[in-house]
Design a protein around this ligand. Structure first.
Ligand code: ADP
Ligand code: MG
Length: 661
């Protein structure tokens, strides 16, 4: 049913409602309040200055309207409140004048200033009952609260039946109230208890529905036939025990999970979540070795060429005695070189190929692809990931590595269709990166520290959010910083820049020179964000740090502190320094992610808009993480026990994802 059919909603109102996404009665009824106010009428004597209060009284003079300019008017009148004649003023409510007749009883919302005996009202209400609860809705300009409330009221009066998507067994188990009652209470509650009951029902329903789908995807993935690899586990253990360090407990656990997946009958779909430097590469190596021992090839995909090369070099080192033929595929190889490599992959002369996205190119064909590893792909959401899997060849195990630590509840939502391994413990012996937030006026100190590091034989990363200064006024661009630093160090220190608009060959050359310590200070945009390893770099200075989210700053900072040298990170900012202090306080990526999460909410995490993937009407996956976990467990049970066979709604969802044929 359409909203225009509602009593009192004309075409104009309907248009306004459409602007907030309301076209049907269902939309209207599920346009939930974002907060509630308890109306508590005060006596004038009890009002504190600057406190927003409700008071009641009778109109004592005919309101005078003053029109100052378009969009600015006010009404002033006298009101008898608790035996006093108070001067009331209210802005932009001139339209209320006809309702404000002499002697009328009203409730004023606003602030009272006793010295001036004036009340600046933000709203005037009629027929208010003390101690009732008022629902507050998100509004847009032009859409008045009164219209929305009126529309919802008439919709509720229709006694419209919204379907209840919570299966009966869970409704019973948690004694949830009915859907219609929940809808009524959420808009017109009589008590806090009713709000609580309504929220529990609606949040649970929403999360049950969402996790049902995610769980179905996970089961679908698990049912996909895998390769059931056969290999000698001892050979993998030998390789691991020959490493020059002892694996952490979480690394061992993750390796066991990966090996079990490879042996198992279903296809691996696993995400390894671990902070920068937590040692994810080794874990992947165990998987690659097992795959190789079973007679299969591996494709290892890195997000950038630089990173692919670095992985290639270090993995070659690790695998010197293992017998694998390893190749690198990059964009700047000649056509002939590429063709040779393609041929070698087809004839299984290569066991492991490391490269960029070029690997998923149609021309790349494998004789026996058994494992795909995707490094640092935290920017993929559920939808894109599914598309990727469907594109890929049938059969290979897939292992994702992500250096973006995220709270477990969020991971469950975003990556709930994957199996999850977490590496929380970091290798011992690492020194904590010392982080300091500084204002630009303190830059001299920072320059001195830089010079000291360089004199000590170390290198420095400088990061700026911009390439070129005319992009945006007073930010420190990469180019401007180069000038400034050359001036400060009297051209005595080799400084170079690197940014995303440079040619690949140029960037590679600069990274090589930096690695070879020909360059001492490297100024860059965030291109260095992903996994490059420059152990000799011990300092990072990030200008206009307020421009970055905490999780992004943590990623950047992870570029230093990659050896046993003491490293430093300076965050330069003139604003927002309280937020940045989180970085001083902690180097724990999971903690920082939690803080980032709190500050930005769920909509925009790590700079990725998840709107298409996750957008809830009432649930908040941070606040409601307990309900989320329970709903996920329940919906999984519901699926496993085939209860959906009696439920049309859930069957529809399964059809949508091709779970049922
Ligand atoms: P990331 O998780 O960021 O990809 P890497 O796998 O690149 O981390 O590991 C970072 C560094 O830590 C590498 O030089 C690696 O050799 C080293 N490393 C990995 N695991 C351990 C460990 N258990 N003990 C000591 N050093 C380790
Ligand atoms: Mg890595």
């Amino acid at each position: 049913m359409n909203i225009e059919q509602l009593k009192g909603i004309g075409p104009k109102s309907a248009q306004l409602l459409r602007k907030v996404g309301i076209t049907t009665i269902t939309d209207l009824l599920t346009y939930y309040p974002y907060k509630y106010l308890q109306i508590n009428i005060k006596k004038l004597n009890d009002c504190l200055e600057n406190e927003t209060v409700y008071v009641e009284g009778e109109i004592g003079s005919v309101p005078k309207a003053s029109f100052i300019r378009r969009n600015l008017n006010f009404l002033s009148f006298v009101c008898h409140i608790d035996g006093k004649n108070v001067n009331v003023r209210i802005f932009n409510r001139a339209f209320l004048k006809p309702n404000l007749t002499l002697g009328k009883h009203i409730v004023l919302v606003g602030k009272y200033t006793p010295i001036k005996n004036t009340f600046i009202a933000s709203d005037i209400k009629f027929n208010v009952v003390n101690n009732t609860i008022e629902a507050k809705y998100h509004l847009i300009s032009g859409l008045k609260e009164s219209l929305l409330v009126k529309a919802i009221k008439s919709a509720l009066e229709l006694n419209y039946n919204l379907p209840d998507y919570v299966p009966k067994e869970f409704n019973d188990a948690y004694a949830l109230i009915g859907k219609n009652a929940a809808i009524k209470y959420i808009h017109e509650p009589h008590s806090m208890t009713e709000i609580k009951q309504a929220k529990l029902k609606l949040i649970y329903e929403e999360l049950f529905d969402y996790t049902f789908k995610i769980n179905a995807l996970k089961i679908k993935n698990r049912q996909a036939n895998g390769l059931k690899k056969v290999f000698d586990t001892e050979k993998v253990s030998d390789f691991l025990s020959d490493l020059p360090f002892k694996l952490t407990e979480d690394q061992n656990q993750t390796i066991n999970e990966i090996l079990a997946d490879e042996k198992g009958a279903s296809r691996m779909n696993r995400l390894v979540l671990g902070d920068v430097g937590s040692g994810k590469t080794i874990v992947a190596l165990a998987g690659i070795l097992a795959n190789y021992l079973s007679g299969y090839q591996t494709a290892f995909m890195a997000p950038t060429e630089i990173l692919a090369k670095q992985h290639y070099e270090s993995i070659k080192n690790y695998f010197t005695n293992q017998g694998l033929n390893i190749a690198l595929l990059t964009g700047n190889m000649t056509k002939k070189e590429k063709e040779q490599l393609y041929e070698a992959l087809k004839t299984q002369k290569i066991d492991l190929v490391i490269g960029t996205h070029a690997l998923i190119n149609d021309q790349v064909k494998f004789a026996k692809l058994g494992l795909v590893i995707i490094d640092e792909q935290h920017l993929f959401g559920v939808k894109q990931r599914n598309a990727l899997q469907e594109k890929g060849a049938i059969g290979p195990d897939v292992l994702y590595l992500s250096a973006t630590p995220i709270p477990r509840s969020y991971a469950l939502c975003l990556y709930g269709d994957l199996d999850l391994s977490m590496i929380k413990t970091k290798p011992q012996m690492r020194k904590e990166i010392m982080t300091l937030v500084k204002k630009e006026t303190e830059i001299k100190d920072v320059l001195l520290k830089m010079l000291a590091e360089i004199k000590g034989g170390h290198q420095v990363f400088v990061v700026s959010p911009l390439i070129d200064e005319n992009e945006e006024g007073n930010l420190n661009s990469v180019l401007k910083l180069k000038e400034k630093l050359n001036l400060a160090f009297k051209e005595q220190v080799p400084i170079e820049i690197i940014h995303g608009k440079m040619k690949q060959a140029e960037k590679d050359q600069i990274m090589q020179d930096f690695l070879a310590q020909k360059i001492k200070i490297l100024i860059s945009t965030t291109v260095i964000e992903v996994g490059i390893d420059i152990p000799n770099a011990t300092m990072m200075i990030i200008f206009n740090a307020e421009r970055f989210g905490l999780a992004a700053l943590h990623q950047l900072r992870g570029r230093v502190g990659r050896s046993d040298l003491q490293s430093y990170c300076y965050l330069i900012s003139n604003t927002d320094n309280d937020r940045l202090k989180v970085m001083e306080a902690s180097t724990d990526g999971f903690y920082i992610a939690e803080k980032d999460f709190e500050q930005r909410g769920q909509g925009d995490l790590f700079g990725v808009k998840q709107s298409g993937d996750i957008s809830f009407k009432i649930a908040n996956i941070r606040q409601d993480s307990k309900i989320l976990l329970q709903a996920s467990k329940d919906s999984e049970k519901f699926l496993m026990e085939h209860k959906y066979l009696e439920d049309k709604h859930y069957q529809e969802i399964l059809k949508e994802i091709d779970f049922l044929d």
